[in-house]
Design a protein around this ligand. Structure first.
Ligand code: KG4
Ligand code: ZN
Length: 337
């Protein structure tokens, strides 16, 4: 079954064709980073407009690269939650019109579930159940994936998302938006023990995260340094910040392995590209006797292939929609137990 799917929840306009949820026939991503860079973050109205301008192009390219005519696709998938509402609506309305015109099934997909499904594309042997840690610019969720369409959210952030924290720390250091990738590079060059930052774990909850204290600690550290006339060492700050993030992640994962029988961990979302987090999570998995499944860099950030992959499993579970399909900005996670 060949599914053409669209992703427009934030600042990437993407379309892809995936066969049977596992084989990528095409995967086209148009990033808006260059547009939002100058504002230091995503401007929702500008994002919606840019999606409108790009969506036909990504659709045509995804079909061409898959060597398919529109009528040869079997279904149309689309991210309809959560995300920027105006941005989501562009993809949802485009997908609705296309599905209606082609008289093909329309399949709604939760963006976070899509991030998890990205791993099916990279690891043919991966099947639920497993634990998944999804960390992106908008979410930090620890999930028990009971089946392809059965998810139990066991932990999440109480405040900022992991990617947001990397981007904010990056902004304090004056590196451009989004700062995650550059923070990763700087951290490799610095001393992780230079500054004692608080770990990103909630003390009285086994699986939840908090990133706001860490963000404040970064801001306080830079203010103090400036007031004392001392230089900030970006490499040391990035390394110490990353160490605190990794420590929090490791404690959440250890608790999850102690509480759940699964011995498979999936890392997903834009922040899963972070080399230090990948190493830290792998180390915890080794300690807990679990196998880790990592996404290739091309499937960490937002893309259409991950949405097409999850759309396949949603379709098999009977999750389809009609022309009344809507977009939802805040729907945190969907459960189909
Ligand atoms: O999943 P994604 O592409 O979009 C959302 O759904 O939000 O994630 C984007 C986030 C950004 O905050 C970006 O800074 C972060 O992922 N990111 C990283 C790295 N690469 C991207 N964060 C830490 N280390 C990285 N190497
Ligand atoms: Zn995402």
């Amino acid at each position: 079954m060949k599914i053409l799917a669209f992703e427009s929840s934030c600042d990437e306009t993407a379309a892809a064709v995936v066969e049977d949820g596992r084989r990528i026939l095409s995967d086209v991503v148009l990033s808006q980073i260059d547009i939002h860079h100058r504002y230091g973050g995503v401007v929702p109205e500008i994002a919606s407009r840019a999606h409108t301008e790009a969506i036909c192009t990504v659709c045509e390219r995804a079909l061409r690269e898959a060597d398919l005519k529109p009528e040869e696709v079997d279904a149309v998938g689309v991210t309809n939650r959560p995300g920027l509402i105006g941005a989501l609506l562009v993809g949802v309305n485009f997908a609705k019109s296309l599905a209606f015109t082609l008289q093909k099934p329309l399949i709604p997909v939760n963006h976070i579930e899509g991030h998890i499904a990205a791993l099916y594309l990279a690891h043919p042997e991966l099947e639920p159940p497993f634990l998944a840690l999804v960390m992106s610019g908008g979410h930090s969720s620890l999930v028990e994936v009971r089946g392809y369409t059965a998810f139990l959210l066991i932990g999440s952030t109480r405040d900022d998302a992991a990617g947001e924290a990397f981007d904010k720390a990056g902004r304090v250091l004056g590196i451009g938006y989004p700062g995650g990738k550059e923070m990763d590079r700087l951290a490799s060059l610095g001393n992780p023990d230079a500054i004692a930052f608080p770990p990103c774990a909630i003390r009285d909850h086994a699986f939840d995260f908090t990133f706001s204290g860490l963000k404040t600690a970064v801001i306080n550290h830079t203010h103090n340094k400036k007031q004392c006339g001392e230089a900030i060492v970006p490499e040391d700050l990035a390394a110490s910040f990353t160490k605190a993030v990794c420590a929090g992640i490791q404690s959440r994962l250890e608790n999850a392995f102690a509480a759940f029988p699964h011995r498979k961990l999936v890392l997903a979302g834009g922040v899963a590209a972070n080399s230090h987090i990948r190493k830290a999570a792998a180390e915890t998995c080794r300690k807990c006797g679990a196998t880790i499944f990592l996404p290739p860099p091309s499937l960490c950030g937002d893309n259409g292939a991950m949405i097409a992959a999850q759309a396949y499993y949603n379709f098999r579970a009977g999750i389809t929609a009609d022309e009344s399909l809507n977009a939802y900005a805040t729907s945190p996670f969907s459960f189909h137990p």
